[in-house]
Design a protein around this ligand. Structure first.
Ligand code: AMP
Ligand code: MG
Length: 422
């Protein structure tokens, strides 16, 4: 029995294992998920310091109109080695430690300098332009929980705390096998009826987008001998992805060979479109995804099922993309029974709300619609019609922050997913 989109994704996430961990340098950790909780052992800033170039003073001595002699100079990286003398100011640079006794900094532009004195032009409060010890991070603060993606900001914090190595999960190695008698290596000359093996490249690129390492196993022909040999190889990776040969055609032998090699099938067939014949299995601790062969279905099932699994295996806490609610710009109908994974273009209306419309012909053969799409809407299985103005859940596709600004009004025509509308 086909299962739902959400059941399938849950079963995958409940089944895939986390990979072993390793200790790596910050350079190698960026873009990966941390596999330990980081608690700070020191304050940040580590000492009271100046936020501006100016003069360190005692705020209570700084009434407007008063003059203070300049007594000393403090560049960043140096210590004054003496307290601020009463009734004086110390010239101080950004980042230099606040001298003992001082409690405020007057920026150069806020005072008037006359020879070796400054005169106060504005009132000064205790703490002005001072960065106090620990005002950012205190010792004992839990700052980065395990599973956090290490973005430049987290790397900055780790480096500031002098943490030069962290524990992360190792990169997941993904074996990729395309299957089909019609497939050709992409740089071979085209023969009649030959189809370029684009899926291996597409899957590899999708793996790289999440930091997984693709291992290209090439093409297996639609016969048991070739499939057995290449599938055996694939089962040695951390994850194994096959493309095509999982429908119900005469030459769809991938599942048969997987079963013969003791790979346990978790599910086959989903109530989704495209991607209906997707299968998911486990070989000991190796997840095996058998994706459909149509290039659009391959990429959409990767996006919705494989991507979260790879992130989970590499220890990410957040594995699903943020879902947004968009407004349908045009009425749309679909067949009930399957969740539609719809390629959508996303634009903004005058109120700044996100408007969704079909990115074009939704036939699985049309790759261009995926290229033109900024997002993926998930149209619930049971529904058959969506009126203009309805709210629909969608997520953005990677790298599609430049939203389509095409804001033409709907002509009221009902767009049918089933019709091959261009
Ligand atoms: P299948 O699942 O084997 O029935 O294949 C479905 C469709 O996807 C057919 O039109 C295949 O030619 C096409 N296809 C299968 N594998 C690939 C591939 N690796 N690259 C590009 N197209 C493919
Ligand atoms: Mg085939």
């Amino acid at each position: 029995m086909p299962i739902s989109f959400y059941e399938a994704r849950q079963q995958i996430l409940d089944t895939v294992p986390a990979l072993a961990t390793e200790k790596v340098s910050l350079l190698d950790a960026a873009g990966r998920a941390i596999a330990e909780d980081i608690t700070s052992r020191q304050p940040l800033p580590a000492f009271d310091n100046s936020a501006m170039d100016g003069y360190a003073v005692r705020a209570e001595e700084c009434s407007v109109g008063k003059s203070l002699p300049i007594d000393g100079y403090l560049p960043a990286g140096e210590n004054l080695n003496k307290p601020l003398q009463p009734g004086t100011a110390v010239k101080i640079m950004t980042g230099a430690p606040i001298p003992q006794g001082a409690d405020a900094v007057i920026p150069f532009e806020n005072c008037k300098k006359e020879q070796d004195k400054i005169s106060i032009l504005y009132s000064v409060k205790k703490g002005d332009h001072v960065r106090w010890t620990g005002e950012d991070i205190r010792p004992g603060d839990q700052i980065i929980p395990t599973g956090t993606l290490l973005r430049p900001a987290e790397i900055s914090l780790l480096a500031a705390l002098r943490i030069s190595t962290v524990v992360v999960h190792r990169y997941v190695r993904v074996a990729i096998l395309s299957t089909g008698d019609e497939l050709q290596v992409i740089d071979e000359p085209h023969f009649e009826g030959g189809v370029a093996n684009s899926n291996s490249w597409a899957i590899a690129a999708a793996c790289q987008e999440v930091g997984a390492v693709p291992v290209m196993l090439g093409i297996a022909r639609d016969n048991l001998t070739d499939l057995r040999e290449k599938i055996r190889k694939g089962l040695q990776a951390d994850v194994f992805i096959t493309s095509a040969g999982v429908s119900s055609g005469d030459r769809d032998l991938v599942r048969e060979v997987l079963a013969e090699l003791n790979v346990q099938e978790v599910f086959w067939k989903l109530k989704i479109k495209p991607g209906h014949p997707t299968a998911f299995s486990m070989y000991d601790t190796t997840p095996v995804f058998s994706l459909p062969g149509n290039p659009v279905a391959t990429l959409l099932t990767f996006e919705e099922f494989v991507r979260p699994a790879l992130l989970k295996m590499m220890g990410h806490r957040s594995v699903l993309k943020t879902m947004y609610r968009g407004i349908w710009a045009e009425p749309i109908k679909k067949k009930p029974g399957r969740l539609q994974i719809l390629r959508v273009s996303v634009s903004f209306n005058q109120d700044g709300e996100m408007l969704l419309r079909s990115a074009g012909n939704q036939n699985t053969g049309i790759l261009r619609t995926l290229i033109n799409a900024q997002g993926i809407a998930l149209l619930p299985a049971e529904r058959d019609f969506f009126a203009a103005g309805e709210k629909i859940d969608f997520h953005l596709l990677e790298g599609s922050s430049t939203l389509d600004c095409n804001q033409q009004k709907s002509d009221g025509k009902i767009f049918s997913i089933e019709e091959k509308v261009q």
